[in-house]
Design a protein around this ligand. Structure first.
Ligand code: PFF
Length: 463
């Protein structure tokens, strides 16, 4: 009956609870909103293959490392490093993670707000009878306003705060557990409708037929950023969750299961979106509005589409919530454990700060559209900095920490639950952690920042 985990801390009570919470963090707007739009901007098939390679070679090792650091450190992202490497500057990885958390939550809540608006649009049957041009117009009329998108953003942040304040187990676990299988089912149904639309084949070949001629350093960086964003890694979210995992649970299995579920859902979203993108003549490289311009058209062409649309946007909002609470939890766990604040105060203060930045993200599609920094809108700048730079940099430090700073024996001890489990492919894993992952991440970062390799203008972003 107790919900207490290790060292008397609040924690996840069951194996199922952990899987749901970690998968709940990973699965969210990143899979359904961000993956299709980034894949669309990055040329499709080749991006997908590179993305899959990154998940396997870099993503799973980083995720596993985060779980290990968290469960061994028994603290928040920053505190775990302080505890495992006392007196050393490794805790800076936690500081970066907290900064990334604010940035991501800021723009995440913008998009989550759009999702809430689309629940209302679905209920009021606003998609019915509209051409794809009219659907795009409807989206533009909405997201370039100031008032409504902000109102939804505030409502979303309010819901996030409310869940976080009810505590780890009751909060995160309960909400994460329930509804994700339904989302998968719905995506499958939508994918089937999408691939049976006339003209759908073109979308499938866009997604699955790689054209490597278009791959440059910016595509590599985009795939790396998307892999990290989607898996919720590189900023200590899974260190924080790792600290709530009981000593008897198997970290290796968890990392593999969560990564696989996350990746399958992204692919499923791709299969639901791209055939329809081409069938409706929408621009695949159209940016963050992609799913809002395409999905209503799919529902329109489905029997029972009215209901499917409502359920879909509700589930997507819930998926966004189980991710946003994991982002805010990084900051809240830090503030309660290191700064000794009450959970309530920490939650409210950090949410207010993230919301403040978030307002600028939302407005950057409307009234603040003209405001750009290095050619990027505020929204794009935060997304780019957090997802493509901070997360990979955090991931790099995390694999260096586990691969080189931590003793191999300690790592193995944590992975094997003190020798109880047999850790297969330990050698391969160490090789990935020590050499492949750090070198690959460092090369991609350096290359895209223009420090090494062919200068291809991939990071100019001048549009
Ligand atoms: N992985 C989440 C998604 O795909 O929507 C977003 C996210 C959550 C990113 C937590 C980073 C993070 F730490």
């Amino acid at each position: 009956m107790t919900s207490l985990g290790n060292e008397g801390r609040d924690g996840f009570s069951s194996r199922f609870g952990i899987i749901c919470a970690a998968a709940g963090s990973a699965i969210g707007l990143g899979n359904i909103w961000r993956f299709p739009y980034i894949a669309g901007e990055s040329g499709g098939g080749a991006f997908l293959l590179i993305y899959l390679g990154f998940i396997l070679m870099l993503g799973i090792p980083v995720m596993l490392s985060e779980f290990v650091i968290g469960r061994r450190g028994q603290r928040n992202a920053l505190g775990s490093f302080k505890r495992l490497a006392p007196g050393k500057p490794w805790y800076f990885v936690g500081v970066m993670g907290i900064i990334a958390a604010f940035m991501i939550l800021a723009f995440y809540s913008t998009i989550a707000g759009w999702t809430l608006e689309y629940i209302v649009k679905a209920i009021s049957n606003s998609f019915a009878g509209k051409s794809s041009g009219e659907i795009e117009q409807m989206f533009n009329a909405f997201h370039t306003q100031a008032f409504r998108p902000i109102l939804w953003q505030l409502i979303f942040m309010f819901m996030t705060v409310w869940i976080i304040m009810s505590g780890v187990r009751q909060g995160i676990e309960r909400y994460a557990k329930i509804l994700m299988p339904f989302l998968v089912l719905l995506l499958i149904i939508m994918a089937i409708r999408s691939i049976t639309l006339p003209g759908a084949v073109e979308g499938l070949s866009f997604l699955f037929k790689p054209d490597f001629s278009a791959v440059d350093s910016s595509v590599l960086l985009a795939a790396l950023g998307q892999a990290f964003f989607s898996l919720s890694i590189g900023m200590g979210t899974l260190i924080t969750y790792g600290s709530y995992i009981q000593k008897k649970n198997k970290l290796g299995n968890l990392a593999i299961e969560v990564s696989m579920a996350d990746t399958l859902i992204a692919i499923l979203a791709g299969v639901a979106i791209f055939p329809a993108v081409f069938a409706f003549g929408v621009d695949p490289a159209g940016g963050p509005g992609l799913i809002f311009n395409v999905l209503p058209g799919i529902f329109q062409q489905m029997p029972g589409g009215y209901f499917f649309a409502i359920i879909f946007f509700v589930l997507l909002s819930i998926a966004a919530l189980t991710s946003s609470i994991s982002i805010l939890e990084v900051v809240v766990a830090y503030m309660t454990e290191e700064l000794k604040m009450s959970r309530r105060k920490a939650t409210i203060m950090s949410a207010l700060a993230a919301t403040f930045v978030g307002l600028f993200c939302t407005l950057s599609f409307g009234p603040l559209k003209g405001l750009t920094i290095t050619g990027l809108s505020i929204f794009d700048l935060l997304d780019y900095t957090a997802s493509n730079l901070l997360l990979p940099l955090g991931g790099l430090m995390i694999v260096l920490f586990v691969g080189w700073y931590m003793k191999d024996a300690d790592f193995k001890d944590e992975l094997s639950n003190k020798g109880l489990l047999k850790v297969r492919i330990f050698g391969v894993l160490m090789f990935l952690l020590k050499f492949i992952a750090p070198v690959a991440i460092a090369l991609i970062l350096l290359n895209s920042l223009g420090f090494i390799g062919p200068v291809d203008g991939g990071t100019e972003h001048s549009n």
